[in-house]
Every structure is written in structure tokens, then in C-alpha cells.
Design a protein around this ligand. Structure first.
Ligand SMILES: NC(=O)c1ccc[n+]([C@@H]2O[C@H](COP(=O)([O-])OP(=O)(O)OC[C@H]3O[C@@H](n4cnc5c(N)ncnc54)[C@H](O)[C@@H]3O)[C@@H](O)[C@H]2O)c1
Length: 469
């Protein structure tokens, strides 16, 4: 053996190796808790501030609403809210004057009084500062959601924002801290939680029909290529092509909330369980470039850009109680729409896409027949859907779920009840956006998910849709 192997350096190295491998070997190693990368430390809760789980605010006789952002989504909100007697739209805000005008026309058509019009880029601030408004309802592009929400709460307003509520962990903490300090409601408008099948399966989950839910899957698979590349002047375009810009700059689960929201409620996230860490991996980017080449030509600017967003992103979340949640995001492939919405438990299984079905013990191998499925869905129809489902179907908005969401928001504010979705839901579901980007950028490295309740995630045991009876 070569003499130099016995040098002091070699001996020291062997000792270090022995220590490292010895300490981590065998039983000791498997007993150690798994450590995900701690990217974001939890900021301490400021003194005197308490959590806002089950927050109740003073009942409001008529909820006076300002809608900020009147693009494709905001116009629908004007119409839907006009059906609700306890709501009154008092201000309409958008930088495109024709969009504000369209909103006013809808109010007139619905027999509602005209609202005040605002068209300045920073007019949302003046609107938040008014003292005759109760609720700021945000439907702008993503970048303004958290800034407006924080400002509005600071000015004493309740807030409902289109999804996502936050684009970064920092924004998510700003929302949580501002809501806790001001005691204002901050709800992210996750309409998919109010879809009929999702509500029925939530009811089933809460009544134990699936046993212990062990795994769940959700998605946002929606071919948006035509929208993403639609320019100003085309009938259905995003303002300033904001959504294409996000796909150009970021890779991860850019829109996880539609898939995750209903699953998080079925799994009692921050109501007895919590999302602990995630891993996220994306495919390469193919769809946007191919589409751009076909639409604009090989040499066109759009075809030459370096789009960061991989076509398919898959994120897997592990919860403190050992459950797994898979979330997918693909807005650039020619595929039928799907949010999957799958719940798999020790006693049964439910799934909405691609085939709507339920399977239960002792016949878990087989889907229930269509007749059995229909009657089961009838039996477990969510009480809220029983109450308002028929009207929701008439008003519409993604088949009615949008109306149920608005109805519930106004109902709870009117009666001074906790909202169905709280600021922690908004923060947790939105946090996946930045956390998944970090994981993707690091070959799927596990990334810890902050506990936005700062230790209160075990105080409740399920989500409650409160009513005044
Ligand atoms: N929940 C759902 O099912 C659903 C469906 C569609 C869109 N959305 C969400 O709704 C939001 C809006 O999407 P969209 O499709 O309507 O986009 P959009 O581009 O049509 O609308 C954005 C609007 O914001 C306005 N705006 C821009 N800057 C402004 C400012 N400074 N002040 C006031 N208004 C300003 C634009 O003029 C535009 O009208 C997004 O968050 C989107 O993800 C949700």
C-alpha cells in the first residue's frame, strides 16, 4: 500500500468519513425527520396580533362594492353581483374607459343604479380610501392583486381578489399580516370550490364516505394559447398580454389554485393538517414556440422568444399527516379542459375529469353505475347548493359556481359570519406558485411550505360553511 495513504491528512479524512457515515447509518438515519430545504423562515407574529381563523366582522346591511379590473373576468362579476339584493356596486375601476362603460351598461341592463367611474392607473387607491365602500373586489391582472388587497385592508375594507392572491411568499405574508392586524376579511375568489361535484365530494369527505383521504389530484389543464397570443384589438385578449409575460419569465405551477383549493378543503388543510413540503418538475417548453411559429411565422418575435414555462408542470405536496396532493399545470397543449379533482381514500374514490365517477368499498374496483352515481350525488348534495344551486344555474358563470361564490361572500359579510375561504387559504394556495418555481429551478428539490397560521393549523378540524340559522 502506498505510504502516502497514512499521511495525517488521510487519517483525518477517514475519521471524518467514519463520523459522517457512522452517525447517519442504519436505524439512526431512518429515525431522523426528513428535512426539506428551508427557503423562507417564518416571520414572527408581531406582538398584540392574533390569528384570523373563523374571523367574524360586523354584519353589513348592504355590502357596498367597488370592482377593480373590468376585463374578461370583471365584467362577469358586475353582472353576477347585480343579482344579489344585499350587494350594491358603487364604483367601477379600469384603465380602459370602454371597459368601465361596459360595466355601467350592465348595471343599467340589470336595473341597478350607475356606479362611480374611475379610469386612472392609480385610481384604485382613491377608491380604497373612500369611506362609503365595504368590499374591494379585485379582477385585475395578477401583479396588482396583493398590492391592492393590502392597501384596501389598510384602509379598513374587506377584500375579495381574483386568483392568485399573491405571487410570492413575501406577498402572501403581507396579506396574512395585514389581515391579522386590521381584522379585515381577505378572501381569494377560488370559484372551483363552489362547483357542484366539488361541493358534493367535500360533503362526502366530511361525512367519511371515502374513509381517510390519502391522495388527491388536481390540475389546471386549459389550452389558453389563443388567449395568450391575442393582441390588443382582438376580441378576447389579456390586457397588455400580461399572462404571456408570466409564461415567458417563470417556470412552475403558475396557477395551482383551481386544482388545489377544493382538495385542500377536502383534506382539512390548516384545519387539522397542513401542507409541509413540495417537489416540482416541469417538462420542456414546446407548445408556445410551435404555436407562435404557426400563427406568426418562423422568424416572428413571438416565435423567437425564450419562454421559460415548461408545457407541463407537475407538483407533489406532502402534508404533515402523510397525505399527498398532485397538482398539474398546462395551458399550452391541445388537450380537453381538466381540473382532475380526484380524491382517493381508504374507503372510496371520486374523480371528476376525465371521467366523472365514484367507487366505494366493497366494490372499489368498479365505478358506480350512472344511476347509482346520480342518486349518491343527490343524497350528498351540499346544503349550500340545495339552497342556491338552482338560481346559480340560471345566473351562470362557469355553470353556476361563480354565482354561488359571490352569493356566499355577500351572505357571510351581510350576516357577520366567517367566510368560506380565509386569508390562510389564499396564502397557502398561492404560495405554491413561488415554491414550485424554486423546486423546478433546482431539479425538483423539496421546498418547505410555510405555516401561515404560525402554529394554529390544528385548532379547527374541518372547513365550515356558516349559515345564519
Ligand atoms: N376564477 C376564474 O375562473 C377566472 C377566470 C378568468 C380569469 N380569472 C382571473 O381574473 C383576473 C383577470 O383576468 P382577465 O381574464 O379578466 O384578464 P383581463 O386582462 O381581461 O383583465 C384585466 C383587467 O385589468 C385592467 N387593469 C390593468 N391595470 C389596471 C389598473 N391599474 N387599475 C384598474 N384596472 C386595471 C385591464 O384594463 C383589464 O381590463 C386574473 O387574475 C385571472 O387569473 C379567474
Amino acid at each position: 500500500m502506498n505510504k502516502k495513504f497514512f499521511s495525517p491528512g488521510f487519517v483525518a479524512l477517514m475519521l471524518v468519513l467514519l463520523l459522517v457515515t457512522g452517525c447517519n447509518s442504519g436505524k439512526q438515519k431512518t429515525d431522523e425527520p426528513f428535512r426539506a430545504a428551508e427557503v423562507f423562515p417564518t416571520p414572527e407574529r408581531p406582538a398584540g396580533q392574533t390569528h384570523v381563523l373563523e374571523l367574524r366582522a360586523e354584519p353589513i346591511d348592504t355590502v357596498r362594492v367597488a370592482i377593480i379590473g373590468l376585463g374578461m373576468r370583471g365584467q362577469g362579476a358586475v353582472r353576477r353581483l347585480s343579482y344579489i339584493d344585499e350587494a350594491k356596486i358603487v364604483a367601477l375601476v379600469d384603465v380602459v374607459p370602454e371597459s368601465v362603460e361596459r360595466g355601467q351598461q350592465t348595471l343599467e341592463l340589470m336595473g341597478r343604479p350607475a356606479a362611480d367611474s374611475y379610469t386612472g392607473e392609480e385610481d384604485w387607491k382613491a377608491v380604497c380610501e373612500r369611506d362609503d365602500i365595504d368590499l374591494i373586489y379585485i379582477c385585475t391582472h395578477w401583479d396588482l392583486h396583493a398590492p391592492i388587497a393590502v392597501y384596501a385592508m389598510e384602509k379598513g375594507k374587506h377584500v375579495a381578489t381574483e386568483i392568485p392572491a399573491a405571487l410570492t411568499i413575501e406577498e402572501a405574508w403581507q396579506l396574512v399580516n395585514t389581515a391579522e392586524r386590521t381584522r379585515r376579511h381577505m378572501m381569494m375568489l377560488e370559484n372551483c370550490n363552489y362547483d357542484f361535484f366539488e361541493m358534493a365530494t367535500l360533503n362526502m369527505a366530511q361525512q367519511g364516505l371515502f374513509g381517510e383521504i390519502v391522495h388527491a389530484e388536481g390540475a389546471y389543464i386549459h389550452d389558453l394559447r389563443a388567449f395568450l397570443f391575442a393582441e390588443k384589438g382582438e376580441p378576447l385578449h389579456y390586457w397588455d398580454m400580461w399572462r404571456l409575460k408570466h409564461n415567458e419569465k417563470k417556470d412552475g405551477a403558475l396557477y395551482p389554485m383551481h386544482g388545489l383549493g377544493p382538495l385542500a378543503h377536502a383534506l382539512n388543510i390548516h384545519r387539522g393538517d397542513r401542507m409541509e413540503y413540495l417537489v416540482s418538475v416541469s417538462s420542456g417548453q414546446f407548445g408556445l414556440t410551435e404555436y407562435a411559429k404557426e400563427k406568426f411565422g418562423e422568424d416572428a418575435d413571438y416565435a423567437q422568444r425564450d419562454y421559460k414555462k415548461g408545457d407541463m408542470n407537475t407538483t407533489i405536496i406532502k402534508t404533515a399527516k402523510g397525505k399527498t396532493i398532485k397538482i398539474q399545470h398546462d395551458v399550452t397543449s391541445p388537450r380537453p379542459y381538466s381540473r382532475i379533482h380526484m380524491l382517493s381514500g381508504t374507503k372510496g374514490f371520486a374523480q371528476k375529469w376525465p371521467r366523472t365517477g365514484i367507487a366505494l368499498e366493497p366494490n372499489g374496483h368498479y365505478y358506480l353505475s350512472d344511476t347509482a352515481l346520480d342518486s349518491l350525488l343527490k343524497v350528498y348534495e351540499h346544503p349550500i347548493v340545495k339552497e342556491v344551486g338552482e338560481k346559480a344555474r340560471q345566473v351562470g358563470g362557469h355553470g353556476g359556481m361563480d354565482f354561488i361564490m359571490d352569493y356566499r361572500l355577500i351572505y357571510c359579510l351581510h350576516h357577520g359570519l366567517p367566510l368560506d375561504q380565509d386569508v390562510y387559504d389564499a396564502a397557502e394556495w398561492s404560495a405554491v406558485i413561488e415554491l414550485s418555481q424554486i423546486s423546478v429551478a433546482n431539479q425538483g428539490m423539496p421546498v418547505q411550505i410555510p405555516d401561515f397560521t404560525r402554529g394554529a393549523w390544528n385548532e379547527l378540524n374541518t372547513v365550515t360553511y356558516y349559515t345564519s340559522d
